[in-house]
Design a protein around this ligand. Structure first.
Ligand SMILES: O=C(O)CCC(=O)C(=O)O
Length: 303
């Protein structure tokens, strides 16, 4: 894999060669790419995020919640540079076996609040695979395909630790090629106890990126944020460009182009961001499964 020399402001150079990360992702379906953002960039992203949170009326919940602050590519040039990190994108393009990738929603700054009422509880549900491996988009019987149609690219703005709700996941579950079994979403998650005996957490330093195969079973575990502090992360669902977006991205694109955000970016970041966030969906190639428009889910009838 090619070495990458030019890094935009605020981007760090990962310690290992890109091919090492790719090998680990291919072996485990998950890899932590260290040093994607410098500590200065992290601090600027935190400050920009809290400026946005302060503008919210009504104010978001302070505890037991995880919410998104939209339009981060408009209010933070560091987010623009982070989501276009050339080493991470090279790894993802190789893993998805295509140069032509895009984001299936606009980069999502998420704030996971500390727990209060949920402390010590075991809430039901939350286990899922990521886009496009959703039951209403890519039905279960078609997952036997050997190709891979999505990875998640999450950037840790704060350290991900076991005591601040680092994402729970089941190592190797992408190889099962199906949704998490229903039992995983019933009766709460007790790590180490069936059916959650193999659950681990995606622990990583601040400034690292988590890349995982979208078929991986995983869960946001707000009840485990005992740290008393927020845990910030930027989430991205990355797919080949022929995979239709998860949501309508046009409002995000309009807000971005109507702002002055582009003028603060270097050319490489601007062009890559336009491609990932604002380009049209490519035509469906031959020989790939149909990724459906979101389907209404059948209502569960209790007998
Ligand atoms: O924020 C988290 O810990 C979970 C993220 C997640 O579920 C996702 O990216 O799909």
């Amino acid at each position: 894999m090619d070495e990458i020399n030019d890094l935009a402001e605020g981007l760090g150079e990962p310690d290992r060669a890109p091919g090492d990360y790719l090998d680990e992702l291919r072996t485990n379906g998950f890899v932590v790419v260290d040093n994607v953002l410098t500590s200065d960039a992290l601090e600027r992203i935190r400050e920009a995020t809290y400026r946005e949170i302060e503008k919210q009326d009504p104010a978001p919940a302070e505890f037991d919640d995880r919410f998104g602050m939209p339009h981060s590519i408009t209010w933070s040039p560091d987010v623009c540079r982070a989501v276009t990190h050339p080493v991470v994108l090279r790894i993802i393009r190789e893993y998805l076996s295509t140069e032509d990738i895009h984001f299936c929603h606009q980069p999502a700054m998420t704030i996971l609040r500390p727990t209060k009422e949920l402390l010590g509880t075991f809430p039901d549900s939350g286990w899922h695979a990521d886009y496009p491996y959703h039951p209403d988009v890519y039905p279960e019987d078609r997952w036997q395909d050997e190709n891979i149609y999505g990875v998640q690219y999450n950037i840790c703005i704060d350290e991900f630790r076991t005591d601040n709700a680092a994402t729970q996941y089941v190592p190797g579950s992408h190889l099962v090629k199906s949704f998490p079994p229903r039992g995983m979403n019933e009766g709460g998650t007790r790590m180490g106890t069936p059916p959650h005996e193999n659950v681990e957490q995606m622990v990583a330093p601040a400034g690292a990126a988590l890349i995982y195969d979208s078929r991986t079973w995983h869960r946001a575990c707000v009840e485990l944020n005992e740290s008393g502090e927020d845990r910030l992360a930027i989430l991205n669902a990355v797919c080949p460009r022929w995979v239709r977006p998860m949501v309508d991205k046009t409002n995000g694109s309009t807000v971005y182009f109507e702002s002055n955000a582009e003028s603060g970016l270097d050319d490489l970041t601007r062009v890559e961001l336009n491609h990932l966030c604002h380009s049209d969906t490519a035509p469906h190639p031959d020989g790939v499964p149909t990724i459906l428009e979101k389907q209404p889910m059948p209502r569960r009838i209790k007998i």
